[in-house]
Write a new protein. Structure first.
Length: 72
């Protein structure tokens, strides 16, 4: 019986800690939602710029290949 009570207390403490952490994290998320949306905007801008740079690089490579073929 004592082992079962200890196990019950451990499970209750873990579940309460989990619930408290969920409430704290959700509060932080709601409070910092503006920063999160700014981060998402920044990440999407970086992704866009990387795609543009990649497209420029690919077009330069294709142009270099065309020039190489014309020289041959």
């Amino acid at each position: 019986m004592r082992g079962n009570k200890k196990l019950l207390y451990v499970v209750l403490i873990i579940s309460l800690g989990f619930l408290v952490s969920i409430f704290v994290l959700s509060g932080m998320y709601i409070k910092e939602q503006r920063l999160y949306s700014k981060f998402i905007k920044f990440a999407s801008d970086v992704d866009y710029h990387l795609r543009v740079l990649g497209a420029k690089y690919l077009s330069e490579v294709k142009d270099a290949e065309k020039e190489k073929k014309l020289r041959e």
